[in-house]
Design a protein around this ligand. Structure first.
Ligand code: SF4
Length: 375
């Protein structure tokens, strides 16, 4: 296997739970549990170090809230990963940060630990909304943290959300302008999705609050970021030249991927492994040097094909015909001739020299378009 791969580390702690969040994390923990988690994580890396022999060029600490941990933690795990896998010298090493945890001292030490890219979870600069969705930080703190991050890192991404309550389109536009003035290298802007059991759903109902029109917000965002010099490369991601997120690209390109930590998943040699989404069980397993697998799935040829189409149509580069042929043995243009011409005529898709990709209009209904390609 000559592809480079990515490593994901899931940190399962948050100081409090945001009301829209479905990621696995716990809010009741102490130093002892953190210590046991770190020990278990080290055991997991040790047990799985022979799983992948290829080169690794991205490491990503996500969660949960990685920034509740000390910079020493990152330094230690990065060093263990370097001893265990073939990590390239110029590897992109990202951690997610909660604005509330950011200080000059912390960021300086984080940089010293080997982290070279940070992703700051701002979501909005509207204090009413931040309060309503139970984020820890304020708008003031988010701006201060943004300033610190860009001062220390040339690779900084800000996370924003569309479709949030209590924020007008005008305010969203202002927020994007304020945040891009800090000159981050990357922006991830996802739409709010609420699951059936999301606490925010109940709050909105109780307070009789309506969500804004995400289509309108999305179109405004796409247009504005283009004017501000950010190039869109995925439905929800924009970057300055040469600053696309290597880690996420691995994910969208279906490259080999290793996931460590509770609930983390990864795919190698068409086998997808997901760890137990339960910290206690994770620790219990790894204390006995047993792998904390929760689900092991062998991806069929059909699944791999569908996933390739699903992931690639999220990217502005789209499905590259030669790559598709290499992966599946089929000719994309011939296989989906009618669909491609239908979507192209309707303005949802376009054919470039050797690829088919979605337009902005297509991105707005991407779920429908993507699923229509599945048999
Ligand atoms: S801080 Fe992040 S992971 Fe934790 S609850 Fe909020 S959105 Fe979820």
């Amino acid at each position: 296997m000559n592809k480079t791969s990515g490593i994901y580390i899931h940190i399962p702690f948050c100081l409090k739970k945001c009301f829209y969040c479905d990621f696995y994390s716990i809010t009741k923990y102490n130093k002892k549990i953190i210590f046991k988690f770190i020990k278990s994580l080290k055991n997991e890396i040790f047990l799985r170090k022979t799983e992948y022999k290829g080169k690794v060029d991205s490491i990503y600490f996500g969660g949960g809230t990685p920034s509740i941990l000390q910079p020493d933690f990152f330094a230690e795990i990065i060093s263990i990963l370097k001893d265990s896998f073939d990590i390239k010298d110029d590897t992109e090493i990202t951690t997610e940060l909660n604005p509330e945890d950011v200080s000059e001292e912390f960021i300086q030490e984080l940089k010293g630990s080997g982290i070279n890219r940070v992703s700051l979870g701002i979501q909005t600069l509207s204090d009413d909304t931040l309060n309503l969705i139970n984020r820890r930080h304020t708008s003031r703190k988010a701006k201060k943290s943004a300033e610190i991050c860009v001062n220390f890192f040339s690779n900084t991404s800000f996370d924003l959300m569309l479709g949030l309550p209590l924020r007008s389109k005008k305010k969203l536009t202002e927020e994007i302008k304020i945040l891009t003035d800090y000159n981050p290298s990357h922006l991830s802007i996802y739409s709010l999705h609420l699951s059936e059991h999301s606490p925010l759903l109940k709050i909105l109902k109780d307070k009789k609050l309506k969500l804004p029109d995400t289509t309108d917000e999305y179109l405004t965002t796409v247009e504005l970021l283009d004017k501000l010099g950010f190039k869109q490369y995925e439905i929800s991601n924009w970057a300055k030249e040469g600053k696309r997120c290597i880690h996420n690209l691995h994910y969208w390109n279906l490259d080999p991927f290793l996931g460590f930590g509770p609930s983390a998943s990864g795919t190698l040699y068409n086998i997808r492994k997901t760890n137990t989404p339960d910290l206690l069980s994770y620790i219990q397993n790894l204390t006995k040097f047993t792998l904390p697998s929760h689900q092991i799935e062998v991806l069929s040829k059909e699944q791999q094909k569908n996933e390739y189409i699903m992931m690639r149509l999220r990217l502005t580069d789209g499905v590259v015909f030669s790559e598709y042929h290499k992966k599946t043995g089929f000719n994309f243009l011939e296989e989906f001739k009618e669909k491609i011409s239908e979507f192209t005529e309707l303005g949802y898709g376009r054919i470039k020299k050797n690829s088919f990709s979605l337009t902005t209009k297509g991105f707005l209904v991407s779920n429908y378009i993507i699923s229509s390609f599945f048999n």
